[in-house]
Ligand binder design. Sequence first.
Ligand code: LMR
Length: 393
Amino acid sequence: MFERLTPTDPDAILALMQAFQADPRPGKVDLGIGVWRDADGRTPVFSAVKRAEKRIWKRQETKTYVSFRGDAAFHEAVSNLLLGPATDGQWRAASATTGGTSAVQTALTLARAAHPDLRVWIPAETWPNHWVLARSLGLETRSFAYIDPDTQEIDRAGLLRDLDRAQAGDVVLLHACCHNPTGADPDAELQAAIVASLARTGAVPVIDCAYLGFGATPEEDSAFLRRLSTLPEVLIAFSGSKSFGLYRERVGLCLALADGPQARDVVENHLTRINRVTYSFPPDHGARTVTEILGDQTLRTEWQDELGSIRDAITTHRARLSEALRMRLNTDRFDRLTRQKGMFAMLPLGEARVAELRNAHGIYIVGAGRINMAGVTEETCATVADALATVLR
Ligand code: LMR
């Protein structure tokens, strides 16, 4: 049987992480996988997480199964974090998943159950795994314009032109905040125009929310989600990996807004089935930790403060790199780095320069130019900026 298998394409982000680990050069710089690292290159456990885990450890008397869709208290805590308490007439159905990837997969699987021939509209610039996930489910994919290559800002006209081509029964993949890989998020005006386009076409948004709190406070970062949640049907895929630093615990939630109580019930039924035929029961420990943090004012404040410190560091890294490139290349082209949001930014490199940066300078960058700002520290910034200036000149 197995001789019939041909290898799949390697995952570019994971392959880069492995190549970085195997590189013996002492001055190498990791601007790759989307994991937060402090100035010492560590990804510490949030202290709010440690304290929540301690409380759970003291209190927990059983590890028996919870339910196919996970703990209802977790559903409620995360839905309220993202959208605020449910308003009258809003019908929420949720399912805990194994991290954000599985939340996206669950959302697409649910949409496919409703429309087997559905098309998935994906931003031309996106997390590469979005394409892989949609295609592995056998779904037809279409791309919509996102970034203007000249300015590296959002191509507003192109994006709206393409979204207007979506139809009822299609889904449109959007990023809640801190767009991966560009860091370019729609402003309030464009958010409203996207919502209006979806209301016109009847296409349903699938919103990937993996970096809540990395661009602004969690509340501010959920503004686009809240606007989109005025539509009759919405799918949200939340990841707790980055926002709670719970990467390996696999914390995720697929949240659906349905158009009425009967639709909500049938969505819950499908979410239950989807989990049952994949992992039966989603992991509980990370989800319980998040629930504990969100449900306790002291822990919640502590978590928000820790997230705030990460955000402040990212802002500093962005400003530092923008200034260093301005000095070296005598251009204001990189001022946008200070306006864009989150862990990532795209630099106009292309694959050949990315390879040169890795081979000649030991600097690891994803794809055609995505950098993780976490790696641009006080210590590495000059090295990174010198190398970028060399290849960009
Ligand atoms: C990334 O984009 O680097 C992260 O979301 C990690 C991943 O799973 O690819």
